[in-house]
Design a protein around this ligand. Structure first.
Ligand code: SF4
Ligand code: SF4
Length: 171
């Protein structure tokens, strides 16, 4: 069941955060300060898990390839937060190793966080245990074809954003 894959991923990323310290102290929790139209992008099936939870509203996706947006009031019960909140500002880039033909997972910074997140702005890497947990969680999510497609497409989209940004810097 895809929802079970998500719950396993939630559990792996329940207590482990990108840094061993509370990074919200650097920025007054900038990523938790959206507005009624700004939120965290949901992974497939997450709307089923979060619907009805009192800390969140789910906005429908405008794009057919997206799965909705989780909007909050700037606080939540930590154990209920969506996957995007657990991994921000990082994302598992899944790609095929050309030499071995195998799928590999690289944890990359999410360029969508550049405008607000000091970890992206200052090019700070996550702690190794977070990377390992996110890789494990990703391997579980990849078992479902819809989650797999979402992860592959989003990773590729993030690489395009980053390539575009680098091109702009050079010009
Ligand atoms: S914006 Fe970045 S540094 Fe600040 S709380 Fe969010 S993830 Fe941590
Ligand atoms: S759902 Fe929770 S962790 Fe996510 S942005 Fe809102 S307050 Fe922050």
């Amino acid at each position: 069941m895809p929802v079970e894959h998500l719950l396993k991923a939630y559990a792996l990323l329940e207590r482990i955060t990108p840094l061993p310290v509370d990074c919200g102290k650097f920025c007054s929790r900038a990523c938790c300060k959206g507005d009624s139209q700004t939120g965290m992008e949901l992974f497939p099936y997450e709307d089923m898990l979060l619907k009805g939870k009192k800390d969140f509203s789910i906005l429908p996706a405008e794009d057919i390839e997206k799965y909705g947006l989780c909007v909050c009031e700037g606080f939540c019960r930590r154990e209920e937060r969506p996957l995007a909140c657990r991994i921000f500002p990082f994302f598992p880039l899944v790609y095929t190793n050309k030499r071995t033909g195998r799928l590999e997972i690289r944890i990359i910074q999410d360029p969508r966080g550049r405008s607000l997140c000091p970890l992206v702005q200052q090019d700070i890497s996550p702690q190794p245990i977070f990377e390992r947990r996110l890789r494990r969680a990703t391997r579980i999510l990849l078992k479902d074809p819809v989650l797999r497609e979402y992860i592959l497409k989003t990773g590729s989209f993030l690489m395009d954003i980053e390539a575009f940004r680098r091109k702009l810097i050079k010009t």
